[in-house]
Design a protein around this ligand. Structure first.
Ligand SMILES: C[S@@+](CC[C@H](N)C(=O)[O-])C[C@H]1O[C@@H](n2cnc3c(N)ncnc32)[C@H](O)[C@@H]1O
Length: 241
């Protein structure tokens, strides 16, 4: 699936230096809400709440979308996956309210209620799929995935038959896969690959259904950047058949 220069799975990726408060969160708080090999995928045990639905965000980036949604929809359990450590640290900062600038040397107190409906997998998404039971997830967000626009990197695109098989398995029937992109190559790629996939149906009935932001949408960091740079994002919604 990957070329020889790419690792089969991504390891945790570290970017710019992480501020002290965020390092504190990664070292002391992440474990409280992280999904690991001991996690039991039982809806009544996975979160601090019994969720009405479980939503999964793959590659949440800086966590802004996930943090805002989990605040708005407190009865939904959110699983966020991100391999980039700075992004995980940023999400933790957003959901605990602990910012890099404050109390860098003290042990900050954590607002547990704000995190009851969020769980985080800080590794490659593909390593988690096998642990998630069939039909466990109600909605999947794949927002502005890396486009890998060059033909020779096509196999690295997250939307591919192998990953779709797993996404279809973990999504309940009638569940939603939401894919957003601003890249023209990726737009065509998604339309082509999803058209070939027998497990999903494109829900759009009109042009506006995929050209405009869905109702109640929270913009992501990459979406804002794309708009600033003059690109028009599209929003594909697929229903699990
Ligand atoms: C282009 S960024 C978009 C981030 C965010 N969704 C947004 O719209 O702002 C893609 C993100 O997906 C993450 N990612 C890519 N492949 C992944 C994988 N296999 N597992 C987990 N995260 C992944 C990257 O680390 C990166 O943060």
């Amino acid at each position: 699936m990957f070329d020889v220069s790419a690792p089969k799975f991504f390891g945790r990726r570290k970017g710019r230096t992480i501020r002290k408060a965020k390092t504190f969160l990664l070292e002391n708080f992440l474990q409280k809400i992280a999904i690991d090999e001991n996690t039991v995928f039982d809806k009544s045990k996975l979160f601090g709440i019994i969720p009405s639905e479980v939503h999964l965000e793959i590659g949440f980036g800086d966590g802004g979308h996930l943090a805002a949604l989990s605040e708005k929809k407190k009865n939904i359990g959110f699983i966020g996956i991100e391999v980039f450590q700075n992004g995980v640290a940023n999400l933790l900062s957003l959901i605990t309210g602990i910012k890099a600038a404050e109390n860098e040397t003290e042990n900050p107190s954590i607002l547990s209620t704000r995190t009851d409906n969020v769980r985080v997998y800080p590794e490659d998404a593909r390593l988690l799929f096998a642990k998630i039971p069939d039909g466990f997830i109600d909605k999947i967000y794949l927002l502005f995935p890396d486009p890998w626009p060059k033909k020779r990197h096509e196999d690295r695109r997250f939307v591919n038959p192998e990953n779709l098989k797993e996404l279809a398995r973990i999504l309940k029937k009638g569940g939603i896969l939401q894919i957003a992109t601003d890249h023209k190559v990726y737009k065509r790629h998604v339309l082509h690959i999803m058209h070939e996939c027998p497990d999903f149906k494109w829900t759009a009935k009109t042009f506006a259904d995929w050209r405009n932001e869905p109702e109640d949408w929270v913009q992501t960091k990459y979406q804002k950047k794309a708009v600033r740079e003059g690109r028009k994002p599209v929003f594909f919604e697929y229903e699990r058949l």
